[in-house]
Design a protein around this ligand. Structure first.
Ligand code: PMP
Length: 364
């Protein structure tokens, strides 16, 4: 019988620039209430599932899918009132971001982020071999226009990211900040709008053939489809053509193309879910505000908060002990003591608030 232990005689070294890098980690803990990854707390409507099942039963499994995802892109384009040639689709907005960075970053190029922000922007940029420059947000996580100018003038980045609403802070970038980047930067401006439906404005109206601007979106949050892995961008047609050269052939499977297209028929249900989450976001922010907690304003489906008199990591553990999982940001640079809670169903939010109150009362 073979030994169960793995023996490897040859270990080859990974690329020098990858050796010191950490992967992206988000704790997966078995708890009753999972409020750590900003998913929708409820599934899409039953009608959607039935419609997908009916169409999937007609999939030609032995054939490659439509490489251009024609019907899906047409449906997304119709929703945004743009040309289908302005839409690029991929497996989650993470793959959209990766494709952008494979095409426009890479060795010898520079990518700018304003920290703290979504970690995958810098992570994927580094994996492509690009140099990342990190601008700093103010103590309240807003972005000072002088800092934007400083980064652009000093580094002239090939790609610059804004996330609006920003993850994990929740802050919506003001339109002036996007405009400032468009006026000042010579490279590509990417506005990551994974949470845009929860906010009060979008950079979508600024997209045109004349501007190096793309807006990325996802089906993972408002559309309740994190399990499907589907995201897209809206940008100039010349840029979408470049991305099509980079992405692997037939990267988007037939089932996903069907699911994405059919989901858009339920936009009314999606908007209803968003309204409920926005109302719950206010409720939990107010309730936390009445505790010994700093609560940051949010335009997304999550809230960043900081216990005033207790250690963030200890509070996180106290919540886990009460079967509630939130995101522990307390050891991230610039986010000392901070935790982030995803807005869940009213019952989940009640469970979170009760567990938080109980945890804090044992610690303070
Ligand atoms: N952008 C932001 C700002 C996010 O928070 C996330 C998910 N956490 C993503 C992109 C990636 O989303 P997905 O790949 O599921 O579309």
């Amino acid at each position: 019988m073979r030994s169960p232990s793995i023996r490897c005689d040859v270990v080859i070294q990974v690329r020098d620039d990858l050796r010191a890098m950490d992967g992206y980690h988000s704790a997966q803990v078995d708890v009753d209430v999972r409020l750590n990854t900003n998913e929708s707390p409820v599934p899409p409507p039953d009608g959607f599932r039935d419609a997908v099942a009916a169409e999937v039963s007609r999939v030609e499994w032995h054939r490659y899918p439509d490489r251009a995802a024609t019907a899906l892109r047409a449906a997304i384009a119709e929703m945004h009132d743009v040309d289908p040639a302005q839409i690029f689709v991929a497996n989650g907005s993470n793959e959209v971001l990766q494709t952008i960075l494979l095409a426009y970053a890479g060795p010898g190029r520079t990518v700018a982020t304003f920290e703290p922000t979504y970690q995958m922007h810098a992570q994927i940029a580094r994996v492509t071999g690009a140099t990342v420059v990190e601008g700093e947000r103010a103590a309240d996580f807003s972005l000072d226009p002088d800092e934007v100018d400083r980064i652009i003038d000093a580094h002239d980045p090939h790609v610059v990211f804004l996330t609006s609403p920003n993850n994990p802070t929740g802050l919506v970038e003001p339109p002036e900040r996007v405009q400032q980047l468009l006026d000042r930067a010579t490279g590509l401006v990417v506005v990551d709008e994974a949470y845009a439906q929860f906010a009060d404005w979008s950079a979508l109206d600024l997209v045109s053939e004349e501007r190096p601007l793309v807006v990325t979106r996802t089906f993972s949050k408002t559309w309740s489809m994190a399990g499907a892995r589907l995201g897209y961008l809206i940008g100039p047609t010349w840029l979408v053509s470049e991305l099509e050269k980079v992405v692997l052939p037939y990267h988007l499977d037939a089932v996903k193309q069907i699911a994405g297209r059919l989901a858009l028929r339920y936009i009314g249900d999606m908007n209803e879910r968003v309204q409920q989450l926005v109302a719950e976001r206010s409720r939990i922010s107010d309730a936390m505000g009445a505790m010994a907690i700093d609560v940051f304003p949010s335009g997304a489906n999550f809230v960043l908060f900081r216990p005033q008199a207790a250690d963030g990591k200890t509070v996180w553990q106290g919540l886990v002990d009460r079967s509630v999982l939130v995101r522990d940001c307390s050891s991230w640079p610039r986010l000392a003591n901070c935790l982030r809670v995803t807005v869940g169903t009213p019952a989940e939010n009640d469970a979170f608030l009760t567990a938080l109150d109980a945890t804090l009362s044992t610690l303070t």
